[in-house]
Write a protein that binds this ligand. Structure first.
Ligand SMILES: C[S@@+](CC[C@H](N)C(=O)[O-])C[C@H]1O[C@@H](n2cnc3c(N)ncnc32)[C@H](O)[C@@H]1O
Length: 308
């Protein structure tokens, strides 16, 4: 595996070079994603990405399947966002319908959604910037304050759980997710990094079931916009976070995706809901995906809050 810190040349990163080639040959319209990621974020990004690809998708076949899943996922997002630009709203859908179509559809989760989401953490600049914010703020606090355990609510791919387990050698974590496929995928990610003895995922609908667990450290990334009633979920999160504990809670704004139900039009709406649920906002960062293309079509944005 590439150990990092040796060169500024993309060719030194074997898996990244293969992914770049796959994009160029099979999906030319994706052509510049790797090169522009490297140009924008340099070796730190390339080291992280190379490690992820080497550990999660070591064979040609696995890498090709992940690339294919990512491209289908990204194209679907692009189509939905363009419809959103015209309509100004998300299509009306019930949570149950989304759960059947997405979270409980193992084939779709494993082939499109989870590899797509995982690679988006590195390939979408606003997602990558958000994970850097997580590392520089929340994860640093966890390290300096001697965190021993954490909860990740709506674990999805397990990306942030895995970063946390990697950064703090003794820490243990529990993830929750309604999707058995997310459990399988995130536990696989953590096991591939040899940390499964410190982590488990429980399958649970966090809106309708009590968790009976609490933690001083809580992560919940990109779940609020997936719900019919985000306030209900936030009250549950408030109940999970011990008094004096700290949470990292994010949401997507103006971002049309297959499973986005609740439309947040401004980061301030999320902030208000967090405060209403009893959280105090310590700091936040909001990152747009791109510059507005039209005056009346706001770009997708991710906003992350550090709360107590
Ligand atoms: C966009 S993904 C989360 C991304 C993830 N945090 C990451 O960093 O990769 C949303 C996840 O929330 C889960 N989810 C949605 N509604 C839920 C609920 N009511 N209870 C538990 N999990 C839920 C979905 O199954 C999905 O895995």
């Amino acid at each position: 595996m590439y150990k990092g810190g040796e060169t500024d040349n993309l060719a030194a990163y074997q898996q990244l070079t293969k992914l770049n080639r796959l994009f160029l040959e099979k999906y030319p319209f994706m052509g510049s994603a790797i090169k522009s990621g490297f140009a924008a974020f340099g070796r730190t990004w390339a080291d992280e990405f190379e490690e992820l690809l080497t550990v999660m998708f070591p064979s040609e076949k696995e890498l090709a399947a992940a690339a294919d899943g990512y491209v289908r996922f990204a194209l679907d997002v692009t189509r939905r966002q363009s419809r959103f630009d015209d309509d100004g709203c998300y299509p009306q859908k019930s949570f149950d319908k989304v759960a059947q179509e997405v979270y409980l559809n193992d084939n779709y989760m494993q082939s499109h959604y989870l590899p797509g989401l995982l690679l988006s953490h590195l390939l979408w600049p606003h997602h990558y910037r958000q994970s850097r914010f997580f590392i520089a703020t929340f994860l640093r606090d966890m390290e300096t304050m001697g965190a021993r355990s954490f909860i990740d609510a709506g674990v999805g791919t397990g990306f942030l759980s895995r970063l946390t387990l990697q950064a703090i050698p003794e820490i243990t974590g529990i993830g929750f997710d309604i999707s058995p496929s997310s459990k399988k995928f995130s536990e696989h990610q953590v096991a591939s990094f040899n940390m499964s003895h410190r982590y488990e995922v429980r399958v649970l609908d966090l809106c309708s079931t009590a968790t009976k667990v609490e933690s001083d450290w809580l992560i919940s990334a990109e779940v609020l916009e997936h719900l019919e009633d985000p306030m209900l979920f936030l009250y549950k999160l408030r109940g999970i976070l011990c008094s004096g504990g700290k949470g990292f809670i994010t949401a997507a704004i103006n971002a049309a995706e297959i499973d986005h139900i609740h439309l947040y039009r401004h980061p301030g709406e999320v902030k208000e809901q967090l405060q209403q649920a009893g959280f105090t906002v310590e700091q936040y960062q909001s990152i747009p995906a791109y510059k507005p293309r039209k005056a009346d079509a706001p770009p997708p944005e991710v906003v992350a809050f550090i709360v107590t």
